[in-house]
Design a binder for this molecule. Structure first.
Ligand code: NAD
Ligand code: ZN
Length: 349
């Protein structure tokens, strides 16, 4: 039997450590011994059993989708992977047959299934994983960093959605993904990177990672900040590029208010279903809004691997602030829920 972390039943605090039988890989799967997993906001939504979780999760379900581990066995149809390889994986499983899948844009597949969301996840000592979703890791990169490739891929996908070289960029939300985007934007040549949040600890981390300026929007509005700081930053009309990484309607509105005409917004944050936006500002200021879901398969992964090898691994390491053995999952989730943390890792070795 193996240990797993399960959302056992509907309701707050319904996570449990449960034993499950040792899984065995089907023909196109691999068996992975999990070394480390990281807690994502999605897992916290499931833990807290909010509206989204109630609509989406079918209990009982093993949760989690951010991991690094070692291949221990491969299914009979798997020839490109072998036991002993250090791996992570793309948590979106696509259909491989639809228009988008067969024309090279599988990240647009309508039949995408989320591991740990629409089915059992990776918070377990052993998991089976579709071989086509496995990413072979560079063993020179620290295991902690390899356990957060999934959100780092979100950051890479969003930060590089538009050309940022020489541009003034606004990042709303300094959660782990917003924080990860700061060094990526710097490497991509952004001129200014202004980061907003309502959490001083996270804003301090953003500053340490190289944000040009941070704004605590619980204390002053972004518009107010720009009224006194725009000239020093060289901003004449507003931001050229916006990365929405908070999921807050207030943040998205402030972004729309402060974009230069013709500005481009990459929208990663998941808003409440009927979030209101001043559409006239979008129209008359000729803004572009691009929704971002997941990672591009596997373009984002290749780019991310190259960035990590050329120094990004060291830059993002401070975003990982806590480690807990998986048995202390309750403490780990409480810490995540408090918002007073960066990325939190569960160790399974
Ligand atoms: P997170 O919840 O840890 O971070 C969000 C941050 O936004 C927090 O630090 C919070 O304090 C801050 N915030 C709240 N209100 C704000 C406001 N008014 N202005 C500025 N900041 C504010 O989340 P994360 O893990 O970093 O993920 C970022 C967002 O991306 C979340 O909304 C998440 O659900 C979403 N997400 C989307 C995808 C996708 O594929 N589209 C994938 C992963 C995560
Ligand atoms: Zn498809």
């Amino acid at each position: 039997m193996i240990k797993t972390i399960v959302k056992s039943s509907a309701g707050f605090n319904g996570l449990e450590l449960q034993e499950r039988p040792m899984p065995s890989p089907a023909g196109h799967e691999v068996l992975i011994r999990v070394k480390k997993t990281a807690i994502c906001g999605t897992d916290v939504h499931i833990y807290a059993w909010d509206d989204w979780a109630q609509r989406t999760i079918k209990t009982p379900q093993v949760i989690g989708h951010e991991f690094v581990g070692e291949v221990v066995a491969v299914g009979e149809h798997v020839s490109h992977l072998r036991p002993g390889q250090l791996v992570s994986g793309e948590g979106h499983v696509v259909c491989d047959t639809c228009r988008h899948c067969i024309t090279g844009s599988p990240h647009l597949c309508r039949r995408t299934i989320g591991i740990g969301v629409n089915g059992d996840g990776v918070f377990a000592q052993y998991i089976t994983f579709p071989a086509g979703n496995v990413w072979i890791c560079d063993e020179q990169i620290p295991l902690d960093v390899l356990s957060v490739l999934d959100p780092l891929g979100n950051a890479v996908h969003t930060a590089l959605a538009f050309q940022v070289l020489g541009e003034d960029v606004l990042v709303t939300g300094a959660g782990p993904i917003g924080l990860m985007s700061v060094p990526i934007l710097k490497r991509a040549g952004a001129r200014n990177i202004v980061v907003t949040d309502i959490n001083p600890t996270r804003l301090q981390m953003a500053a340490q990672l190289g944000a040009t300026a941070t704004v605590n929007v619980a204390e002053r509005t972004l518009e107010d900040f720009l009224a006194s700081n725009a000239p020093a930053l060289g901003l004449k009309e507003g931001f050229d590029i916006g990365l929405e990484m908070s999921g807050s309607t207030a943040a998205f509105s402030a972004m729309i208010n402060t974009m230069a005409n013709g500005g481009k917004i990459a929208l990663l944050g998941i808003m409440p279903a009927h979030a209101a936006v001043d559409w006239n500002k979008v129209v008359f200021n000729s803004l572009t809004i691009k929704g971002i879901y997941g990672r591009q398969m596997f373009d984002t992964w290749y780019r991310m691997a190259a960035l990590l090898q050329s120094g990004l691994a060291k830059e993002i390491a401070p975003i990982i602030t806590h480690h807990f053995p998986y048995t202390e999952y309750e403490e780990a989730f409480k810490t995540a829920y408090s918002g007073q943390a960066g990325k939190i890792i569960l160790t399974w070795d």
